[in-house]
Design a protein around this ligand. Structure first.
Ligand code: MG
Length: 357
């Protein structure tokens, strides 16, 4: 991390950082041991807002492209009135094509700055009670039966688990978790099942294992097939890959019971807030999720979590080198930081404090 916290005056900086995973992370889509993530630092009036966006390969993004996209807005951001953040972000959305992680990083750094400038935590800015923050799931990536059992046991502090499936080992994976845990269980297929009959068969089987909900059983474009599946199963179906932004939600209404909203997909806090409002107004369930990210992005999302039915905000727990500390988790409950803005503390300043005390 650079020393941007010390920047004075007005500045907008970007940086790519490599986040290392505690365990190799495997889903139906990919397998990796690290992620390159974009950080932004927005400074004005000697206040610095921190932002982060995880580029999503599924949407053809990468960290270099994200950095270039964020950099392209520097002059505009330095000239804009930061308190007119809704207008500013509308302009950013208009000028930056795709690159949702870059937009998210800009939005989070701007909103962190606004909260700090006003002296309020973001949950208070949105008029929310931090006590209403839900329990978060702890996610278990695809692995061998033995490692899956071990991960399920290690997650003893979490009352709800989320298990990734969508390869050939779905039954073994769920049975492995069930062998060591009777906790509430949510399942994410990450588009891994390829036809509607397979999806119905697998979901009906999962229902008998006490699974609470299923995320993205079929590929994102198979909306009509998902509607067919929904008529034949008894647990909520949540859209993730099929739901990137607010404009996606109305067409998903008949096929899905709810949507998984992530800042990296939506382009930040403001769009995620709009998505929550739209989904609720259509009678749909809402989930806040995250990518593999550090505490910047996860904490920013957590500030909106008092609004949603489900939280899956554990991305920062999956990495070994989190540069910040923000939201904490106590027995699964999200504990929002009460500092202004996103409420982050840089870990290097934490260790400096420990050394000097
Ligand atoms: Mg998902």
């Amino acid at each position: 991390m650079n020393n941007s916290a010390q920047t004075t005056g007005t500045a907008f900086k970007t940086e790519i950082a490599r986040l290392y995973l505690r365990h190799t992370w495997t889903t139906a889509m990919s397998s990796s041991s690290y992620r390159d993530t974009l950080y932004t630092y927005y400074t004005r009036d000697d206040i610095t807002g921190y932002g982060e966006g995880a580029p999503i390969v599924r949407y053809h993004e990468d960290a270099e492209k994200a950095k270039r996209a964020a950099e392209s807005m520097r002059d505009y951001l330095l000239g804009a009135d930061a308190m007119q953040f809704s207008k500013t972000m509308q302009d950013v959305f208009r000028h930056v094509e795709n690159n949702w992680a870059a937009k998210a990083a800009i939005d989070i750094s701007l909103m962190d700055w606004v909260g700090k400038k006003l002296g309020v935590p973001l949950y208070a800015y949105f008029g929310l009670d931090p006590q209403d923050a839900p329990l978060t799931t702890f996610s278990i990536g695809i692995d061998t039966v033995e490692v899956t059992k071990q991960k399920a046991q290690e997650a003893h502090d979490f009352p709800i688990l989320k298990v990734k499936v969508g390869l050939d080992t779905d039954e073994e994976t769920v049975e492995a978790v069930r062998a060591v845990s009777s906790k509430a269980l949510r399942v994410d297929a990450n588009e891994g099942w390829k036809d509607k009959e397979e999806a119905v068969r697998k979901i009906n089987w999962l229902e008998k294992r006490g699974v609470e909900l299923i995320e993205q059983p079929l590929p994102a474009e198979m909306i009509e097939e998902t509607r067919w599946v929904r008529e034949r199963v008894h647990i909520p179906i949540i859209a993730d890959e099929a739901c990137q932004r607010a404009t996606d939600i109305p067409k998903l209404r008949d096929a899905f019971d709810g949507v998984n909203i992530k800042l990296d997909k939506s382009g930040g806090i403001l769009e995620a807030y709009r998505m929550i409002c739209i989904a609720k107004s259509l009678g749909m369930k809402t989930m806040l999720g995250c990518m593999v990210s550090s505490s910047v992005s996860v904490t920013a999302a957590a500030h909106l979590s008092p609004l949603v039915d489900y939280a899956d905000l554990d991305g920062n727990l999956l990495i070994a080198n989190d540069p910040f500390r923000g939201v904490l988790i106590e027995r699964g409950k999200l504990i929002l930081p009460s500092g202004p803005g996103v409420g982050l503390i840089a870990n290097n300043s934490l260790s400096q404090k420990r050394e000097s005390s």
